[in-house]
Design a protein around this ligand. Sequence first.
Ligand code: ZN
Length: 726
Amino acid sequence: MLLTNTFNANPIKLESLGVLEYFEEINAKGVEIARQASKGRALIFGDISSTGKFLKPMGPIDFEDAVNAYKRQAEVLYNSGVDGFIVETISDIKELKAAVLGIRAVTSDLPLIAHMTFEENSLSVTGTSVKIFATVFEDLDCDVVGINCTLGPDRMLKVFRELSETSTKPLSVEPNAGKPIYSGNRLYYKMDPESFAVYAEDYVDVGVNIIGGCCGTSPEHIRVLRKMIGNRRPVGRDTKFVQALASRTIYKPTNTFVIIGERINPASKKRFQNEIVEGDFTRISNLAKEQEKEGSMAIDINLGIERLLNEGHFRKVIRELDRISSIPLSLDIQMNRHLEVALREYPGRALINSARVTPKSLERKIELLKRYGGMLVLLAMGKDIPKSSRGRVDKILEGVRYLEDNGISRDRIFADPLVLSLGAKNDPAITLETIKLLSGHGIKTTMGLSNLSFGLPDRSVINGAFLSQAIGVGLTSAIMNSKDTFVMNSLKGALYLRGEGLEDRSTIGKYDDPLVEVLLKGDTEELKRLVDEKLKEYDPLTISQEILGKAMEEIGDLYSNGAIYLPHLLLASETSQPVFDYLNSLTPEKRAYKGRVLLATVEGDIHDIGKKIVGTVLKSGGYEVIDIGKDVPTEEIVNAVKVHKPDIVGLSAMMTTTVGKVEEVSKSIKEQHIKVIVIAGGASMSRSLSEEFGCDGYARNASEALELCNNIMERIASSEAAGSDK
Ligand code: ZN
């Protein structure tokens, strides 16, 4: 299989490189060149990768714009005659989904391979685990899933094994030729073909179907690899897919009881309804975080009067919940066109709530499940609600058969036995009997618990008792009020009696420092309130440097330790900024000014989150910070230094391929004898590299950067003092 040299040739990337006009030519030529080289001996796969920019809410790109860009590239590759597609080196699961949908909008026939790239801890840079990748892509219309880049074959094996244990799809892999070494303005991958290919056996043993090489591999690597594999055939796997719901960062298997929080529902709450119509989703974000803390494992999203809402509302609510790294979603959306918008935008595996057992309702839901994946709540009713439990069970079995005939397996379904209000004289025994019978058919069940006590006093007592009984006859999930401690305790007891425990949530989402908690919730209002309280005791500068600054440092540490992910980090940084500004505005004159720092991410590198955090911490530490952005050409950085005359310039490089630019900037500054201290940081930098590049200092993270700047400024001050003595 030969991949076309079109990795960067999507319209968004080409536009940022200033060569969009050659978009069609580059892609068409890529296929032509590969075909000439293969001389008919290999399949030609169209190679597609990242736009180079993050999608909303993490970056500037609209999901549908990304889908369109990939669609355009796939069109050219398809018309040029590729035999299939591979999407690779992608670390944002939402971008991978956009690429798959874009390609599938062009052809549903050609084979499609979808790869993500992971760090050694089995997480992508944006916090998606291998398990979540496998789970979300199990349903999507791609033929092969796999992993490539970032790691050599030795370190990638463990990560790949997780994929082979989770996904039932055919698997592919392309490791790098080891870890790169930087020398003489170039990156070298030192792993020779023999050492690289020796791992082939291991990958075959864990079930790989397609194997190749990424960065640093040469035709020789592939030749030896091929020799090493010889005539070995792929090994069969008997992976059992575990049905699960997932958000971008949180995975919830459905083989244990699933608590679905019911409180995002504006029914009979006029103010909540108005907020939603006006596009203010603050309350929704807060409710999501609260329910997670209370013990919900997924949250039901019901936006109420859908006729008053448009596509934008549904896109926005999905992005907002993604932004705060919410638990998985149950999309309680009645209108199918709104539901489809939400399903496209969602970077996880959702529960679709719900469908009745009528051909019309089921057909549309099957279409959506096939295109976007997920699980489904099936109501035990057709046009009307059957009076007897037997009638309800028959309806569910009819629906399950219909879904199974159309390729949706029964383990993707939660049946809803229907809970009707006691106040209207409905018999709860019918619901219990329905659950019991369905459980005998191996069908999962969930129900809207609170309907039972609608309009009655002592609701939690009634709900709690009923939930216990339902669990006793086999209920496997409930949509319920997780804030009601009586109901939650009844649940715990009932599950315990059934021999199940609840996961221990005592450490999830709890941090000693309330500021850290509020920052991670993204609640600027609350943060300002807490800070105002501190202002009674401390002066603004102390709060900025010691209290809020410390909280941001702790968040930086949590991120480095893998306890939180990129979206959290972004959110905390966004949340803190206005409060830092507010604190600064309180004491403009008293503020201890330490110096001026200019920050930039070097050319070719689009990562600037770490740099932003460094900026925030430096500002809180008394520095004036000028951030000139990311992907900044060397000349522009040097010019900015001349214009702004900072004391220190901080350079950031995340990617191994861009560290060379740090050297370029550093040397260019020294050559032009510009009086400024150069420091560097970022995932791909190291102390030894920064020395080699002629930098004056190196910092691993934001708190080290602050310490380094403080040391530098002290040194400058003392040498100036010494100078004046002379
Ligand atoms: Zn690579």
